[in-house]
Write a protein that binds this ligand. Structure first.
Ligand SMILES: [Zn+2]
Length: 243
């Protein structure tokens, strides 16, 4: 059986930013890889950019749930915000993709959604519920045959990496009491050196051209000072939950 990896993300561009190195590495090593993106609709510019990014990463065709970004209704015109969709419906849709792909490993964000974006936090919760539910033959009977992945990997950043680059990125120290991205270093259970795939990751990030100049996280990442950029492109970190 071919090893299989499924990443579950909120927005087109997150697959490259958070898991691009991991996806490229496993695709090169012969694994089947796939990405579910919860917001963004087919036929939009961002969906076409996602298609290009997935092509660069070797992760197949887009699997779009088609809901709207919490902060950008144009991401899926006329569709509900992902955050407003009944939780059970979202979990059922994700169960369908898990049972279709039959992944050994599922990737998503940590419990803080990496840096607190409400769509990311929601994806974390839905993916956690869906990975468990997918294994039960009593649940979501119309969504395919039961399948239980071995592990869920939560993309995160070691707190020491966040604090060491904070000043270079934001020009000041964090405010006292500010909620910082990432988790304490001793809670990171897997650190992947993806430096061999960092150019592919960079190219996949830049496939999301419309995001690069929009002032969102892509703008911040593409304007990162060295060595923060090299460190972020060459490493991907995860917390592991076994099932
Ligand atoms: Zn995002």
């Amino acid at each position: 059986m071919t090893f299989s990896v499924l990443a579950v993300h909120a927005h087109p561009d997150d697959e490259a930013i958070w898991t691009g190195g991991t996806l490229a590495k496993y695709a090169d090593e012969g694994a089947r890889t796939a990405v579910v993106t919860c917001t963004g609709a087919e036929g939009t510019l961002r969906a076409r950019e996602l298609e290009r990014a997935l092509d660069i990463l070797g992760a197949g065709e887009p699997r779009l749930l088609g809901f709207a970004d919490a902060r950008n209704p144009d991401s899926a015109p006329g569709r509900p915000r992902f955050l407003d969709v009944p939780f059970d419906e979202t979990v059922g849709l994700l169960v369908g993709h898990i049972r279709d792909v039959r992944p050994d490993v599922v990737l998503t964000y940590d419990g803080f959604g990496g840096y607190g974006h409400p769509d990311h936090v929601h994806v974390h919760r839905a993916a956690l519920a869906a990975v468990e539910a997918a294994g039960y033959d009593q649940l979501y009977l119309d969504a395919g045959d039961p399948w239980r992945p071995h592990a869920l990997y939560l993309a995160t950043i070691p707190r020491s990496v966040v604090t060491s680059h904070w000043r270079a990125i934001f020009g000041a120290d964090p405010e006292p009491g500010q909620a910082l991205p990432g988790v304490p270093d001793d809670q990171v259970s897997a650190a992947l050196d993806v430096s061999r795939w960092s150019e592919r990751k960079w190219a996949a990030m830049h496939a999301h051209e419309s995001e690069v100049g929009r002032g969102a996280s892509m703008t911040m990442l593409t304007s990162l000072p060295e060595p923060a950029r090299t460190q972020m492109l060459s490493n991907e970190w995860y917390r592991r939950i076994a099932f």
